[in-house]
Design a protein around this ligand. Structure first.
Ligand code: G6P
Length: 627
């Protein structure tokens, strides 16, 4: 992952770089650095830890440099120490490089450079780049050419930015798989891993394509492909506002984002439900408005969903809906697994990529390879791809035929909350759209489900209003001695147990596992005693009694039992559970979007009481742009 940013123009570069890095910090935060060029010198400042540390170091540095690059790191090669932080320099300290990605053949290149007498300072893969550029510059006066020659030697997925003291009016950037956007201002130009870093300065943006290299000077931008041909491209002007990144009075972004969920669901409902649809009306007027063309949806025999992390959990809820509501066999794969062991090709398959960032390297690669391997097949075996994403301008949009925008707004907390809910909403719409087209359930059943969806925002508000204090109080019991948690659920709520466990692991560092409740007795029950709390997602419906029985089995092994269930069941549940987290009465099919809320809040409060860094947990990053 990592975030890179670059600036060339008329303003002081350091401030722009630091404010850009602040907006990229979600991509990694174990160290950061900037390099600027001024008076024939490269000035490089780096610090281990959060960006704040770099900021402190720069406080007393006065720099008028108008060109520079910056980086915020998520360590891949080499520990998070200052000497491994970017930018990396050549031996003469005349040029600096930042990189996002992985140079896969760096060891080979490093050995070659060492045998030529080069001394390395870091353990990173990136450091080979400035040394290689430097070697090529010995025989060339063109920085662009030297970077081109260097790139020809690099294998892997990467985005780089380069500045040089000997070429003080040039910023060279290149992209191979990892994202990179350019920003166009008045006599100033920007580059960044994500346009959010650039948007405060300009909304005129150009996304660099794979295998493109660009030279930014105070006078303009030249773009070339890796073969060296000049490429003509027009930037586009975005119509959105700089992203809202304030905490608005909440202690953490994650808490704010949990509270934004009712609004997010409302926006999704407004965007994708046709307001004038009635169950008994015109059969050609769909209740859902996803804009999917018939060639994507007709004659489907199979849906395969590819995703990572929390998006994979949303995909599992989606699978349940697509199979039970739209009657289409559906598989869900981790994109990181699928890309190296794709499933045998099934005709008339719709492939759905789910990624809030739209940039997760494995998800992007899996979708690209799916398109490529089906490209020359007969029409019914060719790829039909859609993406469910919160970033419709991201890389996934360039690969798929259609994007379902989840409209959740920027999510800053590394642990996904509102984007998960929005992805699940996307699957309700997709399943209903397909069910309507295929007539797998009656219009009146569709109408009932839609009525249920419309209640979600106020029901989430009820949970937030009535449960917050009780959940915070409960959280205190698990902040000192609890080392393990088990989450159980079944059917459509098994993915919610998985998501509850993931949230807890991510931000509280408490080990948590989720199991389908019926599987507990095949092994995990051996772990239970009075030190391992069990959270049971027990929503009324087809498997409610089964979950309660499985919970009883845990209770018989002395586990403290926490139940997530509906208010009407609370009295009955009080006989089973030691603690009950209640949600409003809801149909089983809709219940995941309510059941997940108390689990998000429980994880949040445990982590917050422990005093942990809720929004930027250790070792994690929001957008995983490396394999
Ligand atoms: C990282 C984030 C998770 C996220 C996962 C997939 O691990 O920390 O919150 O679920 O990546 O990200 P995506 O952007 O593809 O949904």
């Amino acid at each position: 992952m990592c975030g890179i940013v670059g600036y060339i123009g008329t303003q002081a570069a350091t401030d722009i770089l630091i404010s850009g890095l602040e907006r990229l910090e979600y991509r990694g935060y174990d160290s950061a650095g900037v390099a600027t060029v001024e008076e024939g010198q490269v000035n490089c400042v780096k610090a281990k830890g959060k960006l704040l540390k770099l900021r402190e170091k720069l406080e007393h540095v006065v720099s008028k440099a108008q060109i520079g690059i910056g980086h915020t790191r998520w360590a891949t090669h080499g520990k998070p120490e200052e000497h491994n932080a970017h930018p990396h320099l050549n031996s003469a300290r005349t040029l600096a490089v930042v990189q996002n990605g992985i140079i896969e053949n760096y060891l080979e290149l490093k050995e070659e450079l060492i045998s030529n007498g080069v001394e390395f300072i870091s353990e990173t893969d990136t450091e080979v780049i400035p040394h290689l550029i430097s070697q090529f510059l010995a025989n060339s006066t063109s920085l662009l050419e030297a970077v081109q020659q260097t790139i020809a030697k690099l294998e892997g997925a990467f985005a780089i930015a380069v500045v040089s003291a000997d070429h003080p009016y040039e910023l060279i950037v290149a992209r191979q798989q990892a994202p990179l956007v350019l920003g166009f201002g008045q006599g100033e130009f920007f580059c960044a891993s994500d346009m959010t870093a650039i948007l405060p300065h300009t909304r005129t943006i150009l996304t660099l394509d794979n295998e493109e290299i660009a030279k930014l000077t105070p006078l303009g931008v030249e773009i070339y492909n890796f073969a060296g041909d000049r490429v003509s491209r027009f930037p586009r002007t975005l119509d959105w506002n700089p992203v809202q990144v304030e905490k608005q009075g909440f202690r953490h972004y994650m808490l704010k984002e949990i509270y934004e969920q009712p609004a997010v669901v409302r926006i999704c409902l407004d965007n994708y439900l046709n307001p004038n649809w009635h169950a008994d009306e015109d059969p050609d007027y769909s209740p859902i408005n996803l804009g999917l063309s018939p060639n994507l949806t007709d004659n489907l025999e199979h849906i395969q969903i590819l995703a990572c992390g929390t998006s994979w959990h949303a995909a599992l809820v989606g699978k349940y809906l697509l199979e039970q509501v739209a009657d289409i066999p559906t598989t869900v794969d981790y994109a990181s697994e699928f890309r190296y062991s794709p499933k045998p090709i099934i005709a008339n398959t719709l492939t759905v990529g789910v990624t809030q960032s739209g940039e997760t390297a494995d998800t992007i690669a899996a979708l690209e390879s799916e398109r490529a391997r089906r490209a020359n097949l007969e029409p019914k075996r060719q790829a039909k791809l859609i993406g469910i994403t919160n970033r419709p301008e991201s890389t996934i949009a360039q690969i798929v035929d259609r994007v379902i925008d989840t409209h959740a707004g920027i999510e800053i907390g590394v642990a996904a909350t509102k984007t998960f809910i929005a992805q699940v909403m996307g699957f309700y719409f997709l399943a209903l759209d397909l069910a309507y087209r295929r007539k797998t359930i009656s219009n009146s059943k569709i109408g009932e489900i839609i009525a249920g969806l419309r209640h979600i925002p106020s029901q989430i508000e009820t949970i937030l209003d009535t449960q917050a204090d009780a959940i915070e109080e409960l959280a205190h019991d698990f902040t000192t001695e609890t080392e393990d948690f088990i989450f159980i659920g079944r059917g459509i709520n098994f993915p919610i147990a998985l998501e509850g466990a993931l949230k807890l692991k991510e931000i509280s560092y408490i080990h948590a596992e989720a199991y389908p409740a019926g599987e507990m007795k095949h092994g995990p029950i051996a772990l239970l005693d009075n030190k391992v709390p069990v959270v049971a997602v027990a929503m009324p419906g087809s498997v409610y009694e089964k979950v309660i029985s499985n919970a009883q089995e845990a209770k018989a092994r002395d586990a403290r039992l926490i139940g997530v269930t509906t208010a009407m069941n609370a009295t009955e549940a009080a006989h089973t559970f030691d603690d009950v987290l209640t949600v409003p009465e809801v149909d089983e099919l809709i219940s995941p979007v309510l059941a997940v809320i108390p689990l998000q809040m429980l994880s949040y409060h445990i982590a917050a009481i422990k005093g942990l860094d809720v929004d930027q947990p250790r070792n994690l990053a929001k957008s995983v742009t490396v394999e």
